[in-house]
Design a protein around this ligand. Structure first.
Ligand SMILES: Nc1ncnc2c1ncn2[C@@H]1O[C@H](COP(=O)(O)OP(=O)(O)OP(=O)(O)O)[C@@H](O)[C@H]1O
Length: 748
């Protein structure tokens, strides 16, 4: 007699056979496309597009191999449907769906139906698989009497959910597509337009929701979003690596993942700097400071400048330069774009001098034009213009500013000397994350004098057009035979044909966007959004003029001094109060025993936010262990080496203990990961509290909480973050007295 599992196995095997067929078919098409050769550029670009398309499809089929099908809905009317990572259809007959994509509207009851509101669903089944084998089924019958499911806050698919939550962590985040909860589903499928803020305590699935929302939006608004792309901003490279697998596992590869430090193309802002320096750079006052600093580069000399042009001496006096500067500034163009006007004025003034020297009455208009042209091309004149109104790249402008105490004092007169000193640095040092928004702001103020580039583009366009004309002429010759047939000429002219060719840039939207500062995205998602500075928000708003954005975060976890503690404050300048707030209230990560300790810290921080409620208990109490200061690092190392639990362990330390504890742990656990960008897949990892933001581990050992609190103005927020990283166990090792808010910890 066949069991339920056998029945599902048969169905699942059929689905995999289908997937295999699709794969083989796409493989054949790809191979055929790769074999095509042509000297026609149009055909070549089409071939490239087809190659990219088939390769992407193959990547998607590969990505959904695990857990292809994970659910089934049985409806009261006898219908049933299977839910999975992608949609599969029966290509014979009526093109019936064999597997519904989880994002399709028809899959929604899988996430929302409850006994109280079954939505026509009689039974929801979670199908567990390991590779292609069905290993278990979890059934929920929804019409047995309303209310029954409402124990445990109305969790959907409770058995499957708890088994996912209790699983050991690997150091890489996994998707939650099989067990999305109703409050999360609401946010994932919220409309595309406007700013949606998702506020939620630690472990409420904000990151998971943000990523699934990206996948949902790309599926539902494919046309709109695949052209402009979706940008996801995360707090640092380690975090991006941690979440990097989720979207591919959902079959989406066209999303650009970046940190704030990468927002300016061509620059990677990764150099560490004092928190205070980052905070100053993130202030909105930097807009005016940069404006002043740009004006500071438009110089009027104190003394006349003598130029030797063609062995004759000409004089640039301050009044002439001032007049030229005023005229260029009046144009209100950005610095580099106004520069040609300044240069023109200087050249005109020098040409007038030269003409007077030669005797203006003997010169006609052509002679004067010649003098001006020669003057404009003269190296000495060009060097003078460069000195007085230099052509500036954002990088050069900002490093010149940081390198000069005088320039900084001019741009930031109200800043205390100590603070200004924090910005002073050698031009050879690399960029920090807080520099990227300033580079972008500078790029706006400086503009690009792209006349040469535009002239080259115009030349290219004319070449394309000539080529297209040639093609049309050949077609015309062929068509001449039968005048009744519509010719290519009747349909399109050479200009339009060339334009079409121009549009065909087959890089993905994400690839083009990463290289283009002026790119605007179809949707922007910001994770840990509370951390961003006012200057970073300006860049993101420029990148998203449609204001179609999802911002997820927790204002109780703000660590950056430039970050925010209210959403209204950051959004007011851009959308006033036109933004929607959604809240997540259930903590899926931290067990109740650990959350109780963290909640005491939250209560000290704010009374405005309620702690999220944990979905599960582990029966393991978080503990504390006091040791002499000299034994702190050694004890942590010993505990890390002997920790016998399953899964990953993080030793979280205040900044000042990072080196010492790192060394001790590395000695006791040779394969432990530490440093700037530690490998999170290691069993033991040592991180500063800041680095642990957004991450999670099965067990956490926290060192010296009092130092965590005192080492930063947002130290309490940091402690709250540290205490909420564990999925199972937390221990605190300390030498100093513990603050009273940690009284709940049990002595070990
Ligand atoms: N519906 C769900 N099903 C299974 N696991 C879930 C679900 N929701 C969240 N989780 C898990 O809970 C953990 C916490 O999720 P996530 O990291 O997205 O939370 P967060 O709100 O971003 O946390 P934090 O603010 O503390 O960084 C992750 O392991 C995630 O996979």
């Amino acid at each position: 007699m066949s069991t339920e599992i056998d029945v599902e196995q048969e169905y699942v095997t059929m689905l995999y056979a289908h997937l295999d067929e699709l794969r083989a078919d796409t493989d054949t098409r790809l191979a055929r496309t790769l074999r095509e050769t042509s000297s026609n550029p149009q055909a070549m670009t089409q071939r490239d597009a087809a190659t990219a398309h088939y390769s992407e499809q193959l990547a998607q089929y590969g990505a959904v191999e695990n857990g292809l099908c994970f659910g089934r809905l049985d409806f009261a009317d006898g219908e049933r449907s299977y839910i999975g990572r992608i949609g599969l259809f029966d290509d014979e007959g009526d093109y019936e769906p064999l597997l519904m994509d989880w994002r399709a509207p028809a899959s929604r009851p899988f996430y929302l139906a409850t006994a109280a509101s079954p939505d026509g669903v009689r039974r929801r089944r979670h199908i567990r698989t390991s590779q292609r084998k069905v290993t278990g089924l979890d059934d929920e019958v929804l019409d047995l009497g309303a209310g029954e499911q409402d124990v445990h806050q109305g969790l959907t698919g409770e058995a499957a959910l708890l088994s996912a939550l209790n699983a050991s962590r690997t150091g890489r985040m996994s998707d939650i597509v099989e067990t999305i909860q109703a409050e999360q589903d609401e946010i994932i499928r919220s409309g595309l337009n406007g700013v949606l803020v998702v506020q939620g305590g630690p472990g409420t699935g904000k990151t998971a929701v943000a990523l699934h929302r990206a996948a949902y939006l790309l599926y539902t608004f494919r046309q709109q979003l695949s052209r402009r792309g979706v940008l996801i901003i995360g707090p640092n490279a380690t975090f991006l690596k941690y979440i990097g697998q989720v979207l591919p596992s959902l079959g989406e590869t066209g999303v650009l993942l970046q940190t704030v430090g990468e927002l300016y193309p061509g620059v990677r802002g990764t150099r560490p700097e004092p928190a205070r320096a980052a905070e100053i750079k993130g202030r909105i006052d930097m807009v005016d400071a940069l404006k002043k600093a740009v004006r500071d580069r438009q110089e009027v000399p104190d003394e006349p400048i003598v130029l030797t042009v063609e062995r004759e001496e000409l004089v640039l006096d301050p009044a002439m330069v001032k007049a030229a500067r005023a005229r260029a500034r009046r144009s209100r163009k950005p610095h580099n774009e106004a520069r040609p006007l300044f240069a023109e004025e200087i050249v005109a003034a020098l040409a007038r001098q030269e003409a007077e020297r030669l005797g203006a009455e003997f010169l006609d208009g052509d002679d004067l034009a010649d003098i001006r042209r020669e003057m404009a091309e003269d190296d000495v004149v060009q060097a003078a213009v460069e000195r007085l109104w230099p052509l500036l790249t954002p990088q050069r402008f900002l490093s010149d500013l940081y390198a000069s105490a005088d320039r900084l004092a001019f741009a930031l007169p109200h800043l205390a000397d100590d603070d200004r000193a924090l910005l002073l640095r050698s031009p050879r040092l690399g960029w920090t994350a807080a520099d990227a928004p300033l580079l972008d702001e500078a790029a706006e103020l400086l503009g690009v004098d792209d006349r040469a580039e535009r002239a080259a583009a115009e030349r290219r366009r004319r070449d394309e057009q000539d080529y297209a004309q040639g093609v049309l002429d050949i077609l015309q010759m062929e068509d001449d035979a039968d005048p009744d047939i519509l010719t290519a000429y009747d349909l399109i002219d050479a200009g339009r044909l060339a334009e079409r060719h121009d549009d065909e840039d087959y890089r993905t939207a994400a690839e083009r966007a990463a290289a283009d500062r002026t790119w605007t995205f179809g949707h922007v998602i910001v994770d840990e959004a509370q951390e961003l500075s006012a200057m970073a928000w300006r860049v993101l708003m420029r990148r998203c003029p449609s204001r179609s954005m999802t911002l997820v975060g927790d204002v109780a976890q703000t660590g950056a001094l430039a970050g925010t503690d209210t959403w209204a404050a950051i959004l007011a300048p851009y959308v006033a109060d036109r933004w929607r707030l959604a809240e997540l209230t259930v903590n899926y990560r931290t067990p109740a025993e650990v959350m109780a300790v963290a909640a005491d810290v939250l209560a000290e921080l704010t009374t405005d936010l309620a702690p999220p409620s944990s979905v599960r208990e582990t029966g393991i109490e978080p503990w504390r262990l006091r040791v002499p200061e000299t034994e702190l690092a050694g004890t942590l190392a010993k505990l890390a080496a002997t920790e016998t639990g399953q899964g990953t362990l993080a030793v979280l330390v205040p900044e000042s203990l990072a080196d010492e504890v790192g060394r001790a742990v590395a000695e006791a656990v040779p394969d432990a990961a530490l440093g700037e960008r530690p490998e999170l897949e290691s069993r033991v990892v040592v991180l500063t509290v800041r680095q642990s933001k957004g991450l999670e581990f099965d067990a956490v050992l926290l060192a010296e909480p009092t130092r965590v609190i005192t080492e930063s103005a947002r130290g309490m927020n940091d402690l709250y973050v540290a205490l909420t990283r564990a999925t199972q166990r937390v221990g605190v090792v300390h030498a100093a007295d513990l603050p009273p808010m940690l009284a709940r910890l049990a002595p070990r």
